[in-house]
Write a protein that binds this ligand. Structure first.
Ligand code: C2E
Ligand code: MG
Ligand code: MG
Length: 586
């Protein structure tokens, strides 16, 4: 940096500089000191009188002498120079300094020497360095995940922006991959969070090694990683091919057992952790970052649903389905209040085809779509938690209906079966609600039968569940295991649960007459239930042949279209309970 200053007035200047905190000196053309102020004496560590007459090269200020030599031509031309250097301070060590050099003129105007001013900038420099460091740390914190040092969601968005813009220019495909570890929660639960963190850092390292240098691997939360792949070519087919290859590489890399540093925790064979990957190829800017992330997440969801440890590519039909579900969910939320839910009842009969009870089956009278069946309601209701208010409505409505039937001599003996989903049983307060409902409706509890599916028992049977079910049994409520044969069909459940009924799933009944294996299974179930003292209902009986077979095999009760389809209570006729079928379509 160069600047021009006016030539100093020697003696007056010397007096002024005597009191300046700036290290100041004056030398002749041979660089011998003619003036030094006290800060200069302190800096070089000698008293002023000893310094006067010394050449700069012989003091700690040799660096200033070199600067003067280097800029001699400009100085002799009358210019002043300012530059940064380091000086060796006698007590403070090496200091950063800003040095200004100016020619010193005689009264005649000729240059007879130089003035130098040394401004100690060490502290200011330190401040700047500190500031830069802080800035860097803040940036690191704002844009990188502290555990894995991978870009975080914010930086991912910046990179994705760049990538979309770039690919709009080049026409090359990119791809966005959402990756999620399949069993991360279990690792955390089993081994603790530090081990979970260790797994995540190892996963991050493997991911980075699986992709190209200019690809991005980000961690967006928990065990969720996102990868941006670039330069996948201009052909969609080629891009898809490369995404599949890369995903294969990631699946292999992440699927290897993890051992690093935690052998004692993860056992001799290490820890196995597989990823699921959802991917969406893209180019250009017509889809926003959020839309792309939503699509790769949807694909990830499908990879999980398809059995995990695999890649699923985004399928546009998924978006339509997701939108449909969202609409349905919104509508279902209001269905209870709008009184759109209905219960239809399907008869259960004994071997003489006399009605012994009804099963309450949920229907949704949708204003546009008509009657919606449980297959479209229950899974959605379970996922969203809506099953709890809906289940409460079913319970109230069914108990009110049972109360009516119990007042009618023709239907007094009917049991009413209600389906209870796993989510309901596990919801806090469910059993209390049930007990209240029994009391409020004033029904004879022995007329109520709760149908549980094996999914209720997936979490295992704990003592609290057994206690609750035991209390219900004590009040007279009956219990049935629904859809038997389609889930775990564990014998220990049958032994431990206080069941009255077992319902053979309709899938065995459907092909019963053609498939000897179904006959074998049914025979086995029947001898098992006899040993356990349970009664058996055969579901889905549609033909007389099936009925005859099941009746001779020893089933106690039967349900199916042969005896009656599910129908609203108004259409059922308790007074003709002995004469079936009640076969009106829904
Ligand atoms: P589920 O409890 O096994 O009910 C029997 C299902 O089989 C009913 O289907 C019924 O309409 C159907 N079905 C009865 N007889 C025949 C037949 O002869 N042939 C054929 N092909 N099907 C027959 P739906 O009403 O669609 O109910 C399906 C499932 O939804 C039920 O299976 C039950 O698990 C669940 N569900 C129904 N209502 C409720 C409810 O209120 N709460 C809960 N949590 N689940 C419910
Ligand atoms: Mg059922
Ligand atoms: Mg069933």
């Amino acid at each position: 940096m160069q600047s021009t200053v006016a030539p100093p007035q020697t003696s007056a200047l010397d007096i002024a500089l005597q009191h300046s905190p700036v290290i100041t000196g004056r030398i002749d053309l041979q660089q011998c000191l003619h003036f030094a102020n006290p800060p200069l004496a302190t800096a070089v560590g000698y008293p002023i009188e000893r310094l006067l007459g010394c050449r700069l090269a012989h003091t700690r200020l040799a660096a200033i002498g070199e600067l003067i030599t280097r800029h001699g031509r400009a100085l002799l031309a009358g210019e002043a120079i300012t530059c940064n250097t380091e000086i060796q301070h006698a007590t403070l060590g090496i200091r950063n300094a800003e040095v200004t050099l100016a020619p010193h003129r005689a009264a005649t105007g000729s240059i007879i020497g130089y003035l130098f001013f040394i401004h100690d900038t060490t502290d200011a420099c330190a401040d700047i360095t500190r500031l830069r460091l802080l800035e860097q740390q803040a940036r690191q914190l704002a844009l990188y995940d502290p555990l894995t040092n991978l870009p975080n969601r914010r930086l991912l968005h910046e990179r994705l922006d760049q990538c979309r813009l770039e690919s709009a220019g080049t026409g090359e495909y990119c791809a966005l991959l959402s990756i999620d570890l399949d069993n991360f929660k279990s690792v955390n639960d089993l081994y603790g969070h530090p081990q979970g963190d260790l797994l995540l850092s190892n996963t991050a390292r493997r991911l980075i090694h699986s992709v190209q240098l200019d690809d991005t691997v980000a961690r967006t939360g928990g065990d969720e990683f996102v990868v941006i792949l670039r330069n996948l070519g201009t052909e969609r087919a080629e891009a898809l091919n490369r995404v599949s290859q890369l995903a294969e590489r990631i699946l292999t890399a992440l699927g290897q057992p993890y051992q690093t540093g935690a052998g004692e925790y993860w056992g001799d064979y290490g820890l196995l952790s597989t990823p699921s990957i959802g991917a969406v190829p893209f180019h250009g800017t017509h889809l926003s970052n959020d839309e792309l992330l939503q699509r790769s997440d949807m694909a990830l969801y499908r990879a999980k649903a398809n059995g995990r440890n695999q890649l699923a590519l985004y399928d546009p039909a998924q978006l339509i389905e997701a939108q449909r579900r969202l609409t349905l969910e919104t509508e279902l939320r209001g269905a209870v209040e709008r009184q759109e839910l209905r219960l239809h009842y399907q008869p259960l009969v004994d071997a003489q085809q006399r009605i012994i009870g009804m099963e309450a089956l949920l229907r949704w009278q949708h204003p546009e779509s008509g009657l919606v069946l449980p297959a479209h309601i229950i899974p959605l209701a379970e996922q969203t938690g809506l099953i709890v208010p809906i289940g409460r409505w079913v319970l109230d409505t069914a108990c009110a209906q049972l109360a009516k039937w119990q007042q009618n001599p023709h239907s007094r003996h009917w049991t009413l079966n209600i389906n209870i989903s796993a989510r309901q049983v596990n919801a806090p307060g469910f059993f209390k609600l049930l007990q209240q409902c029994l009391t409020r409706s004033g029904i004879d509890p022995s007329g109520l039968c709760l149908e549980l599916t094996e999914t209720v028992l997936l979490k295992g049977i704990d003592q609290t569940l057994l206690d609750h079910l035991g209390q219900l049994r004590q009040r007279g409520v009956q219990l049935a295991l629904d859809d038997f044969g389609t889930g775990y069909s564990s014998l220990s459940y049958l032994k431990r649960l206080p069941l009255n009924w077992l319902k053979i799933d309709q899938s065995f009944v459907r092909t019963l007459l053609e498939d000897a294996r179904d006959q074998g299974i049914i025979a086995a179930i029947l001898s098992l239930t006899r040993a356990l003292g349970l009664k058996v209902v055969a579901e889905g009986v549609e033909t007389h042949e099936q009925f005859d077979y099941l009746r001779s095999a020893g089933c106690d009760a039967f349900q199916g279209y042969l005896f009656g389809r599910p129908a609203p209570a108004e259409q059922l006729t308790p007074d003709i309970s002995a004469t079936l079928p009640l076969n009106q379509p829904e």
